[in-house]
Write a new protein. Structure first.
Length: 302
C-alpha cells in the first residue's frame, strides 16, 4: 500500500483542482514520487544488511547473493576502483544463481549500492553469511564458480602481504580455497569442462600460448590465441567461446553443467578483459613492438 500512496494522493488532489486531465497528471507525478520512495526504502534495506547481515530482508532479495555481491565488490577494490569488467563477471555469476528478471534487477541495484558503500561493508560478517548460505546449496557446484569469480576480480591487485592477508581472510570466512584465488586462477578456466553439454578434460579454448614476450600469457592461454594477436582476432575468439559457454545461451543443462559453464565463462570473460585493456590501453610489453598494438590500431580504424 505505501508504494501507491503518491499516485492516490496525486490523482485525487490534481483531479479536484483540474478535472480529468488533472487526474492523469497527478497520477504520473504520484508514480514518480512512489518510485523515489521505493528506491530510498530499498537503499535503506541494503545499507542495513551490508552493515548487519542478520537483519531481515524482503522475500525478493536473496541474502546469499547480497553477501556474494558485497564480498566481490570488496575484493574488486583491492585492485583499485571497481571496473566495469569486474561488475560484468559478477552479473554473469548472479544470472546463474537468480532465475527471475525481478531478482536480477534487484541484484543490479544491490551492486550499485555495494559500490557506493564499499568502505562501510561488514566484510567478516558478510563472508560468514555467504558461507552459511552456501551450505544449503551443492558445495561442489557453488564453490568452484565462486572461486573463479574471486580469482578474476583480484587480478591486478598489488602483490603485498597486506593484500594477500586480506584476500586469505575473506576466503577463510567464506570457506573458499584461498590458494586458488591467490594463484589468480592459474589452474585454467574450468578444468574438466570443454563443452557445455559434455564433461571432457580440456581447456575451453583448447590450446596454450607460446613463451615469447607479448600479451598476458595466462589470458592468451585461456582464449587460445597468440601473444601477438590483434584486437580483432581476440574479439572473434571471444565471441565464439562466449557462444559456447555463456549461461544465457545454453538450454537443457542440468545444475552441474550450468555451474561449470558459468565458471568457464567467468574465466574467459576475465581473460578477454585483461587482453583488451592491455591493447587498447597501450600497456602491451615493449618486446611486443609493432605487432598487437599496431594491429589493434588497424582494427579500430577499419
Amino acid at each position: 500500500m505505501p508504494m501507491i500512496f503518491g499516485r492516490l494522493i496525486g490523482a485525487v488532489t490534481a483531479g479536484i483542482a483540474a478535472g480529468p486531465f488533472g487526474v492523469i497528471f497527478g497520477f504520473v507525478v504520484g508514480y514518480l514520487v512512489d518510485q523515489l520512495l521505493r528506491e530510498r526504502q530499498v537503499r535503506r534495506i541494503l545499507a542495513r544488511f551490508y552493515r548487519d547481515p542478520l537483519s531481515p530482508l524482503p522475500r525478493r532479495l536473496d541474502a546469499a547473493s547480497l553477501a556474494l555481491i558485497a564480498v566481490t565488490v570488496h575484493l574488486s577494490t583491492l585492485a583499485g576502483p571497481v571496473r566495469r569488467g569486474q561488475v560484468e563477471l559478477l552479473r554473469v555469476h548472479l544470472r546463474h544463481r537468480l532465475k527471475t528478471a525481478a531478482k536480477l534487477r534487484a541484484a543490479d541495484r544491490a551492486i550499485d549500492e555495494a559500490i557506493r558503500l564499499q568502505h562501510a561493508l561488514n566484510i567478516p560478517a558478510l563472508s560468514l553469511c555467504l558461507r552459511a548460505r552456501m551450505r544449503g546449496r551443492p558445495a561442489e557446484l557453488e564453490q568452484p564458480a565462486v572461486t573463479a569469480l574471486f580469482a578474476e576480480v583480484v587480478r591486478g591487485a598489488p602483490e603485498t602481504p597486506d593484500v594477500r592477508n586480506r584476500i586469505a581472510a575473506v576466503c577463510e570466512y567464506a570457506a573458499i580455497d584461498a590458494e586458488q584465488v591467490l594463484a589468480r586462477g592459474d589452474t585454467g578456466p574450468a578444468a574438466g569442462f570443454s563443452d557445455p553439454r559434455s564433461a571432457a578434460s580440456a581447456d575451453p579454448a583448447g590450446s596454450a600460448a607460446g613463451e615469447a614476450a607479448g600479451l598476458d600469457s595466462r589470458a592468451c592461454a585461456i582464449l587460445g590465441v597468440s601473444r601477438e594477436a590483434s584486437a580483432g582476432e581476440i574479439k572473434a575468439v571471444f565471441r565464439r567461446l562466449a557462444g559456447q559457454f555463456h549461461p544465457d545461451s545454453l538450454c537443457g543443462l542440468d545444475d552441474e553443467q550450468r555451474a561449470r559453464s558459468t565458471e568457464a565463462f567467468i574465466r574467459i570473460k576475465g581473460a578477454y578483459d585483461t587482453l583488451m585493456e592491455e591493447i587498447e590501453g597501450g600497456r602491451c610489453p615493449p618486446a611486443l613492438g609493432r605487432t598487437a598494438r599496431s594491429r589493434a590500431a588497424q582494427s579500430r580504424t577499419a
